[in-house]
Design a protein around this ligand. Sequence first.
Ligand code: 2AM
Ligand code: CA
Length: 275
Amino acid sequence: MPPPDNQQILKTDLLEDAVRIARAAGTLLKERLQTDFSVHYKGEVDIVTEVDRAAQDLIQDQILQKYPDHGILGEEDLDLHGASGYVWIIDPLDGTTNYAHRFPVFSVSIAVAFEGEALCGVVYNPMSEEIFQSVLGEGASLNACPIRVSGTDRLDRSLLGTGFPYNIRATTDTNLGYFGEFAVRTQGIRRCGSAALDLCFVAAGRLDGFWELNLKPWDIAAGALILREAGGKTTDFTGRPLGLDGSRVLATNGRIHDEMLQVIRGSSGEGQDRD
Ligand code: 2AM
Ligand code: CA
């Protein structure tokens, strides 16, 4: 449901602020990339850098300066409730593993939601200076040019994206099974390391589909909206529409969605070479 008229902030105004804030955070990420930042382990593989936290602090400050009654959900232990019903869902650095290795593929992801529905979203790649953005019902763009999903309608002509969970060493839900199934049925699979960018690449027609397990709201909130507004489809692995809290994500140009679902249904997702 949209917010009541007396509380309604124009979605385009929210997007303008989200873009401004994403640019500021992206600039910070780029400036600090070659510096000697510290890296901490959240798990055996899952890391966080001091730059993740600095970017999140910057985003939080800028949101609250203008919207003190808005909530914020962010990856680095940030869950602020606000009276307005608006919630900003942010990943200050999507692609932390890449960042920590100075592999220059990462993004800032910011969406604004109201009662569980994303109203607008932006994903910014500061290294390529690409800004993907969208307002609900108004299409999607890349650096202000409208984008559309690809026309590829066969899995065997498709280029797909995916990623692997941080707990891959500890779980049987490794994604290696799906990876094996898709590897022999497509033209190729790319593993870029930022789920937000993967979703935008499907939106822009650079990839035809993407799947991943264990994603969190901040990984997908902006990218999934951008993809749907570019004509794509997002579901869980059973074909049900993807909510903001969906963790098993299938995101495609729409045309290869059913074929991908069939492959997923026929595979356990577990690697053949693991216990
Ligand atoms: P991150 O870099 O912000 O942590 C890599 O496959 C992509 O999935 C990245 O977007 C990464 O986000 C995310 N990701 C991988 N494993 C995850 C996990 N266990 N929880 C949350 N996000 C994860
Ligand atoms: Ca992150």
